[in-house]
Design a protein around this ligand. Structure first.
Ligand code: BGC
Length: 268
């Protein structure tokens, strides 16, 4: 399988009962969250464990936190991890909303070493969410054509999936719309910082989505991030032609996608 084409449609895996379990960790700006995942259903087995992201959030400090989370569960198997940046050939290539020192970090070596030499897979957070939604959530019934998943949080993350195949590291949040990066005008953080109503923010989101529509002609947008919980209040206000649905896995999508990625040996 090539790095650029990762099929995320359900595969027919023959597995023993214990290999139905996987482990994912989602590294975010405010929290590092992990859980054991039932890979047949995408559901957590037990509770999710969250630890506040260390400050400063340097790679080694975050790797220590990842170890704490894995130890909390006594998990000894492979671990998938998400990061909020571009991951190519196992190296972090960007650091828009995380400590600058991540840029150039060899993620596979860092996490594998800190987690006792076990197998790890590290991927972009929105790509992980895209994999999970495609497999178990909002994309599962609508997998044909071009599906764009967007996560609205501190930034705007993106996953581009064509006929069930993920094209990793798309970074649509950094596309310029009307002369300004999309995530600097329509992320959930911008709404919070400016104290905008949902209606006002939704107008900005419509503008950004129109731009993506003009370039990619998607058949579906899936919108995620914390603000998708209020999706029924703002998705109907969008003025776009393309159908828009709320992500279904909510804040578990990153963890589930990471667990799938390492289980299936996906490398980025
Ligand atoms: C980063 C992306 C990330 C997104 C959501 C953006 O600023 O560049 O890589 O997926 O934020 O965390």
């Amino acid at each position: 399988m090539s790095d650029a084409q990762i099929t995320v449609l359900a595969s027919d895996r023959s597995t023993s009962p214990s290999s139905h379990l996987g482990f994912g960790i989602d590294i975010g700006g405010s929290g590092v969250k992990g859980a054991i995942v039932d890979l047949r259903t995408g559901a957590f087995v037990g509770d999710r464990h969250r630890i506040a992201t260390p400050k400063p959030a340097t790679p080694t400090a975050v790797a220590d936190t990842a170890l704490e989370i894995v130890d909390h569960f006594g998990w000894t198997g492979p671990v998938g991890l998400t990061v909020p940046g571009v991951v190519r050939d196992g190296i972090m290539r960007s650091a828009a909303n995380i400590d600058e020192s991540w840029k150039g970090t060899d993620l596979n070596s860092l996490f594998s070493e800190r987690l006792g030499g076990r197998r790890v897979s590290v991927l972009n957070d929105a790509d992980a969410a895209g994999i999970a939604e495609q497999r178990f959530g909002a994309g599962a019934q609508n997998s044909e054509g071009t599906v764009i998943l967007l996560t609205f949080g501190t930034g705007i993350g993106s996953a581009l999936i064509y006929d069930g195949t993920l094209v990793p590291n798309t970074e649509f949040g950094h596309l310029e719309v009307d002369g300004k990066e999309a995530e600097h005008q329509a992320s959930a953080k911008v709404r919070e910082d400016k104290g905008w109503s949902l209606r006002k923010w939704t107008k900005k989101v419509s503008t950004v989505l129109s731009h993506y529509e003009a370039i990619f002609s998607p058949s579906l947008f899936i919108v995620g991030g914390g603000i998708s919980r209020k999706g029924d209040q703002w998705i109907p206000l969008l003025t776009n032609e393309t159908p828009v649905v709320a992500a279904q896995l909510r804040n578990s999508a990153g963890i589930v996608g990471a667990a799938i990625a390492v289980d299936e040996g996906l490398s980025f």
